[in-house]
Design a protein around this ligand. Sequence first.
Ligand code: R5P
Length: 305
Amino acid sequence: MLIVDPNNQELSKKLSKALSIDIFYPEIHVFPDGERRIRINQNVANKSAAILKSISTPVETNLLEFCFTVDALRRNGINNIFGIITYLGYSRADHIFRVGEAVPLEVVIKILEASGVDKVLLIDPHSIKTPELFHVDVQVESALSLFGRKIKEIESDKNNISVVSPDMGGIRRIKILSRMLGGVKEATINKDRDLQTGELKNLGVEGNLNSKCFIVDDMISTGGTMTEAIDAVTEKGVEEVYVFVTHPVLSGDAPKVLQNSKAKKVFMTDTINIPENKRFPKLEILSVAPIIASKIQEWIKNFSV
Ligand code: R5P
């Protein structure tokens, strides 16, 4: 059974088409105080289910909706549950930044696991360490192959390409992408964030740039990190800048900020639904549906051997 995300119907439908299977939406009733009742209106006994869910804003609600769905399936005799978590909120809060803080990601993972999910798929987790924090089996997939293909469409001569990370945390990502592109120039923006105010300080570009610059990151929230990076490479004389990001968190004015930036185009995936009022002319959405579909197919095959 494929139980899909009511908040991401476009991705849900693409997935249903790619897998040629029916999808089920959980029945969700919201009470006047905001509490939720989740019901699976199907016979699930002795079946296996993949649940698609983006744990994005409002993170707490989406986290509980996922857990309630898992609980409903468990209580009705499901055999096996594969959580396809397209975006995992609180991923950046994975350690103590300043004395006295909690570690929200560890708490989120404990809650997810306590609900009874057997296995989880993450797409471009924020850190290479994120999967290690889970106790259940975690599979990891990436949108980098989609990005690589698109970059080759934009520029076929690898001598004109440079891949750029907007901060030190993304170096691994551009190294993988550079390899996919046959070895291209790489650069990183040396960014510093004030842990109390969140203010960003751009300390310059490290590495080598080419005429076409492809800046790659796992997520855009306010757009601050990305616009700093776009400005930093533009100041160095780069002719064309393209943005590639997996998770379109897009908080506040981010769509406006990105549209008004010096980037030529902004590519983001559909791990989080982008509502019409957040779409902007420079945006192109790439779908992770084929990546998820092949992972689900692999999982299904395991049951038939
Ligand atoms: C940080 O380490 C992340 O990879 C993103 O660069 C960052 O969280 C994006 O946030 P914002 O768009 O608010 O700058």
